[in-house]
Design a protein around this ligand. Structure first.
Ligand code: FES
Length: 189
């Protein structure tokens, strides 16, 4: 009968290099598991800050907002002023039903023309004067014709037109934009 010596059953210790590699792999796996949700959370947290621009809710995919119904506009082309409203999302804050801007709408031969009512000179609000059928800016006594053309040289350009569309239900939609003031070129800001 033979007996194994007690020392022969003890497993040999792995070489130190193998130990080190196994430990390093375990640490790396642990780091990935721990940091992935952290990175996802950080991205979610920072996303609104990275996209600094406030965004709107209520506009269609092309950025048009519903303003009025075609039947509300006088057939003789008299301009009417309307406010555009939408929900504004700024970083994490949602501001409901905010006025985005105000516009004049004119209906002419079934077509609708929209003007931003901000004066292209220094940004005052332009009024409509029914008596003279002109748009009038009270800040520097400037006026514009019904087609938006300026009647004096204080404003650097005529009133700014906006893109308009009318849907099958006769709703008038306007793509509201603001433009650089005090310059001759119509540049979106
Ligand atoms: S702001 Fe309108 S003319 Fe100056």
């Amino acid at each position: 009968m033979s007996h194994e010596s007690p020392s022969s059953s003890i497993p040999e210790a792995p070489p130190p290099r193998r130990n080190f590699l196994a430990a390093a792999a375990a640490v790396a796996t642990g780091a990935v598991v721990a940091l992935t949700p952290l990175a996802a959370g950080l991205a979610f947290f920072l996303d609104p800050l990275l996209k600094r621009r406030p965004s709107m809710r209520g506009a269609d995919a092309e950025g048009y907002l519903p303003v009025a119904n075609l039947t509300e506009l006088p057939d003789d082309g008299t301009p009417l002023r309307f406010a555009l409203s939408a929900d504004k999302l700024d970083a994490w804050n949602l501001f409901r039903n905010q006025t985005i801007g105000t516009v004049y709408l004119r209906k002419l031969a079934g077509q609708v023309i929209a003007f931003n009512d901000t004066c292209p000179h220094l940004g005052c609000k332009v009024d409509y004067k029914a008596a003279t059928q002109t748009f009038f800016c009270p800040c520097h006594a400037s006026s514009f014709k019904l087609d938006g053309e300026r009647e004096n040289l204080i404003p650097p350009r005529g009133m700014d037109t906006l893109e308009v569309k009318v849907d099958l239900e006769n709703r008038v939609w306007v793509k509201y934009e603001n433009f650089q003031r005090g310059v001759a070129a119509k540049e979106v800001i």
